[in-house]
Write a protein that binds this ligand. Structure first.
Ligand code: NAD
Length: 256
């Protein structure tokens, strides 16, 4: 593949074994990037790498739990060892559970969610800042729940609000190294996380015409925005928080 926006570039994607992360791996590879597909689900990561290879791209899968400092370091090491450096880091892995009323969230549940979504991404941001080549970029997947509250997923909203603060706080440190960091805040996306595994691409537009999916986005639509922010075309954007929400945050009363 040549003539792509990411020709000669190296990308790392966490949560690359499913949903938004998988779509991003496929798009990055289609644009010429060599991709490290990191996920706690080794089989999912392998499957993504296989899909990239089938399409003529180059990817390597690695099992990594982003909550762990050593796994975080190892996945960035792999990008350098296998592909010689890093230009794009899409820190996208996350979990939604515990889902339910505030009073049902135990300390253990809260700690695990924060360890993955917030601490894990924080560790990834530290690595990305140290490792990205000049001109490189990092994108963090926050959520609409990083902008407004989410009554049924308070711990999740706490973690995603934290990521918005992280991105804003880290931007100057990235700029000092000639790199950038931005956040995306997806609305309702049709992936395994929302019980919609298997309809993640815009190759399936008929499904989106179903009224049940009104206001929903595909993983591919989110990946497109991440790709733009990772690319040189977004060179003027640093420390920004971009909603990709099909008007979820703008529509009151809600679209029915
Ligand atoms: P998904 O469940 O399809 O993908 C999430 C991936 O992250 C999975 O492959 C999972 O194995 C991986 N993962 C989970 N814990 C991990 C860990 N500790 N270390 C490494 N990988 C881990 O869901 P998705 O919708 O593609 O979610 C991607 C991101 O988008 C998440 O951060 C999520 O919070 C965010 N998001 C999703 C929605 C939505 O509606 N689906 C909305 C807003 C934000």
């Amino acid at each position: 593949m040549s003539g792509g926006q990411f020709d000669g570039k190296v990308a790392l994607v966490t949560g690359g074994g499913s949903g938004i992360g998988r779509a991003a791996c496929q798009r990055l590879a289609m644009e010429g990037a060599r991709v490290v597909v990191a996920d706690i689900d080794a089989a999912g990561a392998e499957r993504t790498a296989g899909l990239v290879a089938q399409a003529g791209g180059e990817a390597v899968a690695v099992r990594a739990d982003i909550a762990r400092e050593d796994d975080n370091r190892a996945m960035f090491d792999l990008a350098e060892q296998r592909f010689g450096g890093l230009d794009a880091a899409f820190l996208n892995a996350g979990i939604l559970q515990p889902y339910g009323p505030l009073e049902t969230v135990t300390t253990e549940m809260f700690d695990r969610l924060i360890a993955v979504n917030l601490r894990g991404t924080f560790l990834g941001v530290q690595q990305a800042r140290a490792r990205l080549r000049p001109g490189g970029a990092c994108v963090v997947t926050a959520s609409a729940a990083g902008i407004i509250g989410f009554a049924e997923a308070a711990a999740y909203a706490v973690s995603k609000h934290g990521l918005v603060g992280l991105v804003r706080s880290a931007a100057a440190a990235f700029a000092a190294r000639g790199a950038r960091i931005n956040a995306i805040c997806p609305g309702m996306v049709l992936t395994a996380m929302t019980g919609n595994a298997g309809i993640e691409t815009i190759d399936d537009p008929d499904r989106l015409d179903d009224p049940a999916y009104r206001g929903a986005l595909t993983a591919q639509q989110i990946a497109e925005v991440a790709l733009f922010l990772l690319s040189r075309r977004a060179a003027g954007l640093n420390g920004q928080v971009q909603a990709v929400d099909a008007a979820l945050l703008s529509a009151f009363p809600p679209i029915d």
